[in-house]
Design a protein around this ligand. Structure first.
Ligand SMILES: Nc1ncnc2c1ncn2[C@@H]1O[C@H](COP(=O)(O)OP(=O)(O)OP(=O)(O)O)[C@@H](O)[C@H]1O
Ligand SMILES: [Mg+2]
Length: 313
């Protein structure tokens, strides 16, 4: 039985030439074992940084404070040797950028074989067979030929599915899937959803699914966290969050869907510059004067929904 992933007071900023850039701010949350937890939010809201921080895969310029418990292990201070044993085996990763994560000078087969033999005593031949079988599940009809290629010989969509398979090859109890369907056409997207769901059911896996596809998140996830400027501003049951959003930002994300009228969230009102209140205040159509003064705390509503907005405070 795998364990919860519990993040406590995570802050991440990057040292840049123009000063620190905060990506995640005072974020605490528990991802529950046995669930598919969706993470949604606009580009730059901190979804990937939060996900990558769990496995300590952020670039060297990232400064991280806080704690992340996986059962009784604290991942941010775990010796690297132990963390390496855990990566890919207990917590798998499907990274957002396949081209950056696949090795361009190593054939696909060797990348799979090394991922498997790093964690098991399986022979290289059996490891390659397992890889071929998984690639077929991901819609590759000629898995043998694919394994014999380099990533640069394949399309972006093929590489996207390859990294998904690579993240799942050791059947990890947890998977962090960062936009696993980006750039895929509708039939392949559906195929990837199906495989993720099947694997999740078969292995009773737990998943953090980072996605821009709100309707996928509604369909596939148990719960959803909504991120804005490095904070979780809403969290609750997946269907409830998408069908009846509470936070004006979540309502804005849902309202910008083509199927829901395609109304974009307004850009920040320049008159609101320099405020010390809610980060969403300059774009919020429901803002009142008080919103400019104090950032809202997180409120838990009677149905268990968590919201960071003065409307509910
Ligand atoms: N290596 C880096 N150096 C400086 N800033 C970074 C770096 N990586 C991320 N950031 C910043 O951190 C913030 C959060 O980035 P992150 O990649 O987590 O966003 P995201 O929600 O995953 O966006 P997307 O949906 O586009 O993938 C952004 O402001 C981004 O510019
Ligand atoms: Mg991202």
């Amino acid at each position: 039985m795998t364990q919860d992933i519990q993040i406590e007071d995570l802050n991440v900023y990057f040292e840049t030439a123009s000063g620190p850039v905060y990506a995640v701010k005072n974020l605490s949350t528990t991802f529950h074992a046995g669930k598919i937890s969706g993470v949604i939010g606009e580009s730059g809201s901190g979804k990937s940084v939060m996900g990558m921080s769990i496995l300590r895969l952020l670039p060297n310029t990232a400064r991280v404070t806080g704690k992340c418990f996986f059962g009784d292990q604290e991942l941010y201070t775990l010796p690297l040797r132990q963390l390496r044993k855990l990566r890919g085996k207990q917590i798998g990763l499907i990274p957002q950028n396949p081209n950056a994560s696949l090795d361009p000078v190593m054939k696909v087969k060797r990348q799979f074989v090394e991922a498997v033999t790093a964690h098991t005593s399986l022979s290289r031949r059996n490891a390659a067979q397992d890889a071929g079988a998984l690639l077929e599940q991901f819609g590759f009809t000629d898995a043998g030929a694919i394994l014999d290629r380099y990533s640069f010989q394949m399309s972006g969509g093929m590489n996207q599915r390859l990294v998904s398979a690579l993240g799942l090859i050791n059947q990890p109890g947890w998977v962090i899937a960062d936009e696993p369907t980006k750039g895929l056409d509708a039939p392949l997207r559906n195929q990837v959803y199906r495989v993720l769901r099947q694997i999740y059911r078969k292995n009773h896996s737990s998943m953090i699914l980072i996605t821009h596809d709100l309707l996928l998140a509604r369909q596939l996830c148990d719960d959803i966290r909504v991120m804005y400027q490095g904070q979780i501003v809403e969290q609750g049951d997946a269907r409830a969050v998408i069908d009846a959003p509470k936070h004006p930002y979540t309502a804005g994300l849902v309202g910008s869907l083509p199927s829901r009228g395609m109304h974009p969230i307004p850009l920040p009102d320049p008159k609101c510059e320099g405020h010390s209140g809610c980060p969403f205040y300059p774009r919020c159509e429901k803002a009142t004067a008080g919103c400019a003064e104090h950032p809202p705390g997180e409120v838990t509503l009677p149905d268990g929904r968590k919201v960071r907005c003065r409307l509910y405070g």
